[in-house]
Design a protein around this ligand. Structure first.
Ligand code: PLP
Length: 463
């Protein structure tokens, strides 16, 4: 049987229909026309028939998906506060405002308004960084991977850098210390063993081609058991005896002592400098709670060398992130209110009783929305700091635990997770013990969470 393809309306006819006119109004003439063409092509290919309104409806669907922003907010209920895949640190309001303030208008990014001469973009954050870490100088780049790259390329191009075998880390994605070393143009000299490295190992590795000594903070793992690493003070002293700089890649680099808020200790850049590091590098969007960036603080002559490297120009920060970083650093001037104002610290220090209360508040509505399909309960759980900070420390928390009823396989719980991720603001949890768990530590907007539950239409979660 042949289908009469002439029964599909022409592009122009469709575009004159009321539904298509609305699409042109909303998305523009060109995208709407392309979508109508695509819709007609699809109907032709499947030998289907439709009138003008039918074609326009198909085009509307294509435009809705094709023109939707791909990066959008989600609920991070994974229990990992600094989740790299979910954008790490959530910025403080003042940082967001500062960022927005310079993005839509010209700013004095590299301009000194007092004398009308050229300024330096890092001037906006240098004094804050020095003040908060006790360093003499500071520079900022795209992220901490870039910071490490810049340091190595500046101080050790064509030379050797001894690093303990226990610290040859991979931080997820493509950040592997040996690869970064190679790309930075230096030769890695592996020292010691995976679990034990001694000062004498470093001593034996130092030769005429050695450029610097380096310590890498084991951010996302812990070597436990029969272990030994060289205290950074001894490593610094050894480097200095040989006239070499000692560099400490801290990773997280929290600017305040987390113990003040009852959290486990994470070494601060100030401590690393006091222990003898000449340069310390760390991320802006991990525990610091600011925008993505990499920060290097330390000796003025070395920082100036970093700034003279042409790579610095390629890795520099943009005005928006500089503004957000400056605003974030300013919050640290008032430690008393830091936990209220800095979302990262607020979420990490959220009292467990408060999280449990939130879980109990939300339980009835969630149970009702999933009635007949799943059992929901409130359970204690543990949150992680994430982004490689304090890998072995877990913070007590509470979660909503969803167990699909009659579920024999993991498929039902996977379907449930998919349904929650398909909501207008996707809800991302974690699957554990055959349950979908929503750790409520990072849930700020309970009303927005509840508003969406009605859209978990029955059927979307059944397998
Ligand atoms: C996270 C981390 C890095 C990479 O930092 P980014 O800001 O993600 O580029 C490098 N070194 C250490 C020790 C880290 O923890």
């Amino acid at each position: 049987m042949t289908v009469d393809l002439s029964r599909l309306p022409a592009v122009d006819r469709v575009l004159k229909s009321a539904a298509a006119v609305a699409l042109v109004e909303r998305y523009g003439r060109q995208p709407a026309t392309e979508a109508v063409r695509a819709a007609l092509a699809e109907l032709r290919a499947t030998r289907a028939v439709a009138d003008e309104a039918g074609v326009a409806a198909l085009a509307a669907g294509k435009l809705a998906t094709g023109m939707a922003p791909t990066q959008r907010p989600v609920f991070n209920l994974t229990g990992t506060v600094l989740h790299t895949n979910l954008g790490r640190a959530v910025l403080a309001d003042t940082a967001v405002m500062a960022m927005a303030g310079v993005l839509a208008r010209p700013s004095n990014l590299e301009f000194d308004v007092t004398d009308g001469k050229r300024g330096e973009r890092d001037d906006h954050v240098r004094d804050w960084l020095c003040r908060l870490t006790g360093a003499d100088d500071a520079t900022v780049v795209n992220n901490n991977a870039a910071a490490v790259m810049l340091v190595l390329n500046t101080l050790a191009l064509g030379k050797e850098v001894p690093v303990s075998r226990g610290e040859l880390i991979e931080i997820g994605g493509a950040f592997r210390m040996p690869d970064i070393m190679a790309r930075a143009g230096c030769r890695l000299v592996e020292v010691g063993t995976t679990n034990r490295t001694h000062l004498r190992d470093f001593e034996a590795a130092i030769g005429p081609a050695t450029a610097m000594l380096m310590k890498v903070h084991p951010s996302n793992y812990a070597v436990v058991g029969f272990t030994s690493s060289v205290p950074e003070g001894e490593l610094a002293a050894l480097a200095h005896r040989h006239g070499l700089p000692f560099v400490n890649d801290l990773g997280s680099g929290q600017l305040v002592d987390l113990e003040n808020w009852g959290l486990p200790h994470e070494p601060t850049p100030r401590e690393a400098l006091q222990a003898g590091a000449d340069l310390v590098s760390f991320s802006g969007d991990k525990l610091l709670g600011g925008p993505q960036c990499g920060i290097v603080v330390g000796r003025k002559d070395l920082v100036q060398q970093l700034n003279r490297n042409p790579l610095k120009r390629a890795l520099r920060l943009d005005k928006g992130r500089l503004a957000a970083l400056e605003a974030t650093l300013r919050l640290y001037a008032d430690p008393d209110r830091l936990a209220q104002r800095l979302p990262t610290l607020r979420l990490l220090t959220r009292p467990v009783a408060e999280i449990e209360a939130a879980a109990n508040r939300l339980l009835p509505a969630l149970a009702a929305a999933l009635a007949g399909r799943a059992e929901v309960s409130v359970e204690p759980c543990r949150s992680q700091i994430g982004s490689g900070a304090l890998p072995v420390d877990l913070l007590p928390s509470h979660c909503l635990s969803i167990r699909p009823v009659g579920a024999k396989s993991g498929a039902a719980v996977e379907h449930m997770a998919t349904a929650f991720r398909s909501l207008p603001v996707p809800v991302v949890g974690r699957i554990e013990d055959g349950r979908l768990k929503f750790d409520l530590r990072c849930l700020d907007d309970e009303a927005a969470f509840l508003d969406q539950l009605a859209q978990l239409a029955p059927g979307t979660t059944s397998s």
